[in-house]
Design a binder for this molecule. Structure first.
Ligand code: DHB
Ligand code: FE
Length: 288
């Protein structure tokens, strides 16, 4: 059977990808952020999954605002990197895992999640930047296949944090019921606090972020109980992306170990963070 081996929470700020693409990671502005990633990247390189299930949001690059599904899943053989207005990032196209996708669609439907299905999808920075955070130098191909899971965080009314956490729990059950012996990592992307426009543009709330970074491990129910208005007030209009971390957290078992985390302000307009959790599963065994 398939197993979930780890969960990664990471910001997806586009300029983090651009810094890697344009070899600026040693520049004084970027070095502290990338130094903070290093221990997680080392550990993930030693614990490669076969498939990454990446919970992310499209930013009106691939999916127009006239039709925004609350939850979606990609079922394609592969996904092109989206052109967000300045050409496609020079990173490999994303290879899908259609058999696992189809399994997840059916299991989630049967578990009362009426998820939209994308047979064709271009993936924007919400997905490609987390892949680069995981694997900075993919060469010609990413080291794993990908199942994209989409969450609407950009158009009111976004799903509740509680519903996202429940989706994650259903997703974890669905992954573990896949009858092939594959290793799966789950990514929760976006956040932390940021607001890109309006009177509060530039908002950063370190106190809220620090609370969230701790509670995502130990008290996810507390975060699931917050309303969308709580997220937008405390973390900003784009900070509500943090509800996608709860999907990842829900997919992990009760027994997890924090491998590494890092928090850095600012990356562009955002409080950027990474948190990596090993899923110890039913056995509770730690792998090093
Ligand atoms: C930024 C952050 C985001 O989450 C995003 O989707 C786009 C831009 C930023 O901080 O620049
Ligand atoms: Fe975003």
């Amino acid at each position: 059977m398939a197993e979930v081996i780890w969960g990664l929470a990471t910001s997806h700020v586009p300029s983090i990808g651009a810094a890697m693409d344009h070899k600026k990671t040693e520049d004084p502005y970027w070095k502290p952020l990338f130094d903070g990633y290093a221990p997680a990247r080392e550990w993930m390189a030693e614990h490669r999954p076969d498939v990454a299930v990446i919970v992310y949001n499209d930013h009106a690059n691939s999916i127009g605002l006239d039709l925004v599904p609350t939850f979606g899943i990609g079922t394609a053989e592969s996904y092109d990197v989206a052109d967000e207005g300045w050409g496609r990032r020079a990173v490999p196209r994303v290879v899908g895992a259609p058999e696992l996708s189809e399994h997840l669609v059916v299991e989630l439907m049967d578990d009362s999640f009426d998820i939209a299905t994308f047979h064709q999808l271009d993936v924007d920075h919400g997905l490609t930047v987390p892949l680069s955070v995981y694997c900075p130098e993919p060469g010609d191909a990413w080291p794993c296949a990908v199942v994209p899971i989409l969450v609407n965080v950009i158009q009111y009314p976004q799903p509740t944090a509680a519903r996202c956490y429940a989706l994650g729990q259903a997703l974890g059950r669905a992954i573990r019921s896949f009858p092939k012996d594959i290793r799966v990592a789950v990514f929760g992307t976006g956040g932390m606090s940021h607001q890109l426009s309006g009177a509060r543009a530039g908002l950063i709330n370190t106190e809220f972020d620090r609370m969230f970074l701790q509670a995502i491990e130990t008290e996810p129910e507390k975060l699931a109980a917050l309303t969308r208005e709580d997220y937008i007030r405390d973390a900003g209009t784009e900070g509500i992306e943090l509800i996608m971390w709860l999907v990842m957290r829900g997919a992990l078992s009760d027994s997890i170990r924090r491998v590494h985390d890092t928090y850095h302000v600012p990356a562009s307009n955002t409080a950027a963070a990474l948190a990596l959790f090993e899923d110890l599963g039913a056995s509770g065994a730690v792998s090093r």
